[in-house]
Every structure is written in structure tokens, then in C-alpha cells.
Design a protein around this ligand. Structure first.
Ligand code: FCB
Length: 454
């Protein structure tokens, strides 16, 4: 039997805008996601987060659900615009009280909170001043983070600063598919990457300055990269894209420098990166306690010479040659994402080899499958990814826990409500929650602290 280390965290992940609803309750201010989702044509099916899973009102029921699944960890995010409706100053106590109650309820049931400070719901008032392109937002975030540490630091053992900085830039500034919805703004994208990383570092400093015991880390989405063929051009863009997606963030946080090849690429496109100030990288590299890893899929790269801004494309392959072997006839989720569990082993071993023994918490991993309750494909997805995770642990990677995305079906950003990621089904008419087969299976794994067979 494949057992996991003692004290392993078995959790699920959610984020505030995707589940809470009650967007006007208790003084909450608007966020960029309210603005974006209410802009006609942005969200498939026209959904918004106005109601979502109604978790803001049903949180007690949801905590009971977590307990009934037998989980010992829960990753959620705090909605910045509930605590500071206009981003800074003007503290809203009712917002603080909400997360206070949630934390207490989790701890009463022996569930370890893993708390994300920023899962994309920037207060709209800050966006009106330039949002993440404006360096001042970094300090607003540090103040917000500090207020969270003051209010909750006695109970939170695991903090995450920023969720998926690469996706924020890529979809929000390059492709216009996420809030705030800009397109083709490469300068905006990389400026935002930098400010998000700086915000991460400033939050770490705020926590350390308070002498609190909680651990803190970043939650990037990492994709292992493979070339589409042995063609040297494909191999070259594989390394380059790895710099874009992975190394830009990992090198900055764990080595205190941006990778020279990527920096040169950006400078070629944009000229000198003036938004990087002297001393910034030291702030970004303020030592952290662990690394959150969101893993969904590998990127298989093909060169497209001359394409701008990046001379490549990501293909959905027939097969992927990972270290764990050749995965032929790659299955896909209903979102079209290739399912390649052994790439997770490669990814984690690589992080350890290149960046050292930093403890890793899998902060997201999951898939879209439409079966409402008997979701056999999700059961197998979980089994195969946990086998891959176990393999990484057996190779000496210090993995401390796994949080599946997601506890329940929810507002999947641009994709609206059509795509379901939950271990628990949500009926969007009645908002009733029903545990899927995958939820029960995952609960058995958590209870055994071992990979039981489906
Ligand atoms: C990640 C996000 C998360 C969720 C999953 C499916 O990119 O962090 O909020 O949408 O994808």
C-alpha cells in the first residue's frame, strides 16, 4: 500500500469569488471580477459570481461537509474587498468577522486552514488607480496582508500570498480572458508579474516583522514542459516557454534573480524593464517556508518561428514522453486539458533538483468532468495523480500535502458554471450539495493516509 508521510495534509481548495456570492453583503466593495463578469459577453453562459455557491451564507454547512469527507485541511481565500471595500483604509469589521468565524469552525473540527490572500478579486477602487500595473498596489496589498496577519495569525499555520501570478498576467493582460480584461499588453503583463511578485515578498516581510509562527509561500501554477518533437527548434522553445511560465517566478522567489534568457527576451520586446527597481529582487526572494504548486497539465511545445510575442504554440499531443514513461493516446478533461499524471512527478523532482528541498504543498490539481454524481473519470484522475505524487515523495521530494481543486462545483471564471471541478455536486437551482463518488473516494484516501484503490 502506498502510504503518505505522517501529518500529511489532505485538503480541498476553493476561492472567495468562485463560491461566496453575497457580493453586496456586510459592506463588501466591488472587485475587478464583479466588473468583468457583469460586462456582457465576457463569461460563457453569462454567469457572474453574484450568487455562486452561496457559501457566504452557507459556510457552516460547507464546513460540516469538509468534516464529513474526513479532510484535515481546507484551502480558501479571503476576499480583499470584504475587509477593505476600497482596497486600503476604511476597514470593514463585518468582513473580518466572517473569516474569524470560519477559521474557528474549521479549527474546532480539526481542519487546518490554508489561507490565500489574493485569489484574483482585486478591489475595483484599486483597479481604478491602475491596479497591478501601478506599483502603489503592492503597498496596499502589504497593508491588507498585515491586517490579515494581525486578525488571524494566531490561528493560521499556512498562508499563501498570490495565486497563479502567471495566469493573472497571461489571461488578464495578454488574452483579455480574465479580469481586468486587457489584450496584447505585453508590457502590462510583465509589469503585473513583477508587482505581484513584489507584493508576495512584501507580505512575507509583514509576517516576519510580526514574529508570527505561521508558514508562508507563493502558489504559482507550474507546468512541466516537453518538446513536441526532437527538432532543435521545438527543444529551444520548450526551454524558452519554461522560462516564461515557470522559471520567471521560481528563480525570482527562490534564487533572487530573473532568468537571464527571459529577461533578454522581454528587453528585446520592450526595452529596459524600468519597473524593476534596485532592491526589488531581494524583497521578492525574502525566504519563504514552502512552495504551493498548482498543477493541471504539461505544456507540449512546438516552434512557430516569427510568431509574436512568443514564437511557439502549445499543442495537445497524441502522447507525452515523461520520465515515468510514454503516455499514449492522452486522455483529456472536458475542458480539453491533457491528463498526464506522470508529468506531476517530473515537475516535482525538477523543482527539488533545481531549487532545493523547499517543502511543497500541492495547492491545486483537478479536472472538469460532467458526470453529476458517478464521476468515475475523476476517481481515476485522483488515483493516478496521487500515485504520481507518491512517486515524487519516494524520490525524496518533501511534499507536505495535497489540496484537490475543488471542494464543490463553482464559478469557473470565464467558463462560467458549465464546467464542473467539484468533489461535491452543486445544483445551481436549489444550491443543494451532493457528494460525488470522487468525494467519497478522496475521503477514504484521507482517512487511510494512503492511496487506497477505487
Ligand atoms: C486555476 C485557478 C482556480 C480554478 C482552477 C480550475 O487556474 O487557480 O481558481 O479556476 O484553475
Amino acid at each position: 500500500m502506498k502510504s503518505f508521510p505522517d501529518g500529511f495534509l489532505w485538503g480541498v481548495s476553493t476561492s472567495a469569488y468562485q463560491i461566496e456570492g453575497s457580493v453586496d453583503a456586510d459592506g463588501r466593495g466591488p472587485s475587478i471580477w464583479d466588473t468583468y463578469s457583469h460586462t456582457p459577453g465576457t463569461i460563457d453562459g453569462g454567469g457572474t459570481g453574484d450568487v455562486a455557491c452561496d457559501h457566504y451564507r452557507r459556510w457552516r454547512e460547507d464546513v460540516d461537509l469538509l468534516a464529513s469527507l474526513g479532510l484535515n485541511a481546507y484551502r480558501f481565500s479571503i476576499a480583499w474587498p470584504r475587509l477593505f471595500p476600497t482596497g486600503r483604509g476604511g476597514r470593514e469589521q463585518r468582513g473580518f468577522d466572517h473569516y474569524d468565524r470560519l477559521l474557528d469552525a474549521l479549527l474546532e473540527r480539526g481542519i487546518e486552514p490554508v489561507v490565500t490572500l489574493y485569489h484574483w478579486d482585486l478591489p475595483q477602487a484599486l483597479e481604478d488607480e491602475g491596479g497591478w500595473r501601478n506599483r502603489d498596489t503592492v503597498e496596499a496589498f502589504a497593508e491588507y496582508g498585515g491586517a490579515c496577519f494581525d486578525a488571524y495569525g494566531d490561528r493560521v499555520g499556512w498562508w499563501l500570498t498570490i495565486n497563479e501570478p502567471w495566469i493573472v498576467g497571461l489571461l488578464g493582460y495578454l488574452h483579455g480572458l480574465h479580469a481586468p480584461g486587457y489584450s496584447d499588453d505585453v508590457l502590462g503583463e510583465v509589469t503585473v508579474f513583477h508587482h505581484l511578485l513584489l507584493a508576495h515578498g512584501r507580505a512575507v516581510q509583514e509576517l516576519r516583522g510580526r514574529g508570527q509562527a505561521g508558514r508562508i509561500g507563493l502558489a504559482p501554477n507550474l507546468s512541466p514542459h516537453y518538446p513536441a518533437s526532437d527538432d532543435p527548434a521545438d527543444v529551444e522553445v520548450t526551454h524558452a516557454s519554461d522560462g516564461y511560465v515557470n522559471r520567471w517566478f521560481l528563480d525570482a522567489v527562490l534564487r533572487g534573480s530573473y532568468p537571464a534568457d527571459m529577461r533578454a527576451r522581454y528587453e528585446e520586446l520592450l526595452g529596459p524593464l524600468e519597473f524593476v527597481h534596485e532592491g526589488d529582487l531581494a524583497v521578492i526572494a525574502e525566504p519563504t517556508d514552502y512552495l504551493g504548486v498548482n498543477y493541471y497539465a504539461p505544456r507540449v511545445m512546438q516552434a512557430v518561428p516569427g510568431d509574436t510575442p512568443w514564437p511557439w504554440r502549445v499543442i495537445v499531443p497524441e502522447g507525452v514522453r515523461t520520465t515515468g514513461g510514454f503516455t499514449d493516446g492522452v486522455a483529456r478533461t472536458e475542458a480539453g486539458t491533457p491528463i498526464v499524471p506522470t508529468a506531476l512527478t517530473d515537475l516535482l523532482v525538477r523543482v527539488r533538483d533545481d531549487y532545493g528541498d523547499i517543502p511543497i504543498l500541492i495547492t491545486e490539481n483537478g479536472a472538469v468532468f460532467e458526470e453529476p454524481l458517478h464521476d468515475e473519470r475523476r476517481v481515476h484522475f485522483i488515483h493516478d495523480h496521487l500515485a504520481a505524487l507518491h512517486e515524487a515523495i519516494a524520490s525524496g521530494v518533501p511534499v507536505v500535502g495535497y489540496c484537490h481543486w475543488s471542494l464543490m462545483d463553482n464559478f469557473e471564471w470565464k467558463l462560467g458554471y458549465a464546467q464542473r471541478f467539484g468533489l461535491v455536486h452543486v445544483d445551481y437551482e436549489t444550491l443543494a450539495r451532493t457528494v460525488k463518488d470522487s468525494g467519497r473516494y478522496y475521503g477514504r484516501i484521507a482517512a487511510a493516509n494512503a492511496l487506497v484503490e477505487p
